[in-house]
Each structure stands twice: as C-alpha cells, then as structure tokens.
Design a binder for this molecule. Structure first.
Ligand SMILES: [Zn+2]
Length: 194
C-alpha cells in the first residue's frame, strides 16, 4: 500500500495537483492503524518512508513519536470517524476545483456528464449531484465544525474546500483515486464551460 500510494502522490505532483510540500494523504492498514504523510515533504520526491503512524488524536506513535504529521491531519481523522468505509484519503490542490469553488459555493452542482458514474453508486449521467464546498480555515477545529454541520450533504465520497482543494476517499486506492479524478474532471469541465 505505502509504495503504491507514494507512487500515486508523485504522479499527482507531476500533474500539478500537489505543488511543492502541499497536500496530504493517509490510509488505514490491515491492523487498523492510520498512516499519514509527514509534514513538509516535497510531493515530487515522496517515498514510502514519508508516511508515519498516528493515534486517533493525530499524535505520532512508536518510532514516530514527536514527528509532525500533516497540518490537516484533523480532516483525515474526521473522515475516518464519519465514513467507516473510508480506508484511503487523497487530497488535491488541482486548480480547477479551486477556481470553480469561488463561483459555485456553497455547493458544486453538476448534471449530464457521463463521467459522473466515476462516483461509486452513481449509475446515470442525468443524476443531479451536489458536492459541498466548505469555507477554508487555518483552524482545523472550525473546518471540522462545518463538516459536522454538513455531513449529510456529503454523498459522493468527496468535498471541496473553497480556494484550497479537494478531499476524496474510498475503500482502497483504486476507489479513492477514481473519486478524486472524477471530481477534478467535473470541476474542470464546468469551469471551462462557464
Ligand atoms: Zn491542502
């Protein structure tokens, strides 16, 4: 898992979705242990040793005691608490969701795209989908408060943060990646259309 995810993270950097040290990633292993990207690692050079284990408060465990996990660790913990099927979480700073977020808030509404079916459970391009756009905050407790309030609006395994980026998750890397790429594609299409 670590090797495959590290490879994916480097590819996101090459796509422009994870410039410099930005963005963060996590997964839950077979022993139910959360692994998350360490803070301050360049995503174009990210390797499997750049993950660390954390407890459910976001503090480093064992060999990783005292090491700083990603600044947005609380968002990952919030997703794992509220979506039991989530085992892999991906974050992107891709520019299309960011640009679109300013125009589309409080929700990105989309309908009519074949690629909507990239979201698990969506079987028709005519379904009306709404992806919530959260207010960006440096205080993760405030961000998680809005997530709590809008929990029932999150139906496609993802959400957008205004002027910031996207979070998407799944039961495995394949699903999480498919949700993140689907959201990016839909944002790109709607942005270019507007
Ligand atoms: Zn971010």
């Amino acid at each position: 898992m670590k090797k495959q995810l590290a490879e994916l993270i480097r590819s996101f950097n090459h796509r422009g979705w994870a410039p410099a040290t930005s963005t963060n990633y996590s997964f839950i292993d077979a022993e139910n242990q959360i692994w998350i990207s360490k803070s301050g690692k360049h995503k174009g050079e990210f390797t499997q040793s750049d993950f660390m284990t954390i407890d459910n408060k976001g503090l480093g465990l064992g060999d990783f005691t005292g090491i700083k996990p990603s600044d947005e660790t609380k968002i990952h913990l919030w997703i794992y608490r509220n979506f039991k099927q989530a085992k892999v979480i991906l974050h992107s700073h891709g520019i299309y969701p960011v640009l679109l977020s300013f125009m589309a808030k409080p929700s990105f509404r989309v309908q009519g795209y074949e690629l909507q079916k990239g979201f698990k459970g969506c079987q028709n391009h005519l379904d009306n989908l709404a992806i919530p756009i959260m207010i960006n905050q440096q205080n993760m407790d405030l961000l998680c408060m809005e997530l709590d309030q809008r929990l029932n609006e999150i139906k496609q395994y993802c959400f957008i943060i205004e002027g910031h980026g996207t979070y998407a998750w799944g039961e495995n890397i394949f699903d999480a990646q498919r949700h993140l790429e689907t959201l990016d594609y839909l944002c790109q299409s709607e942005y270019l259309r507007k």
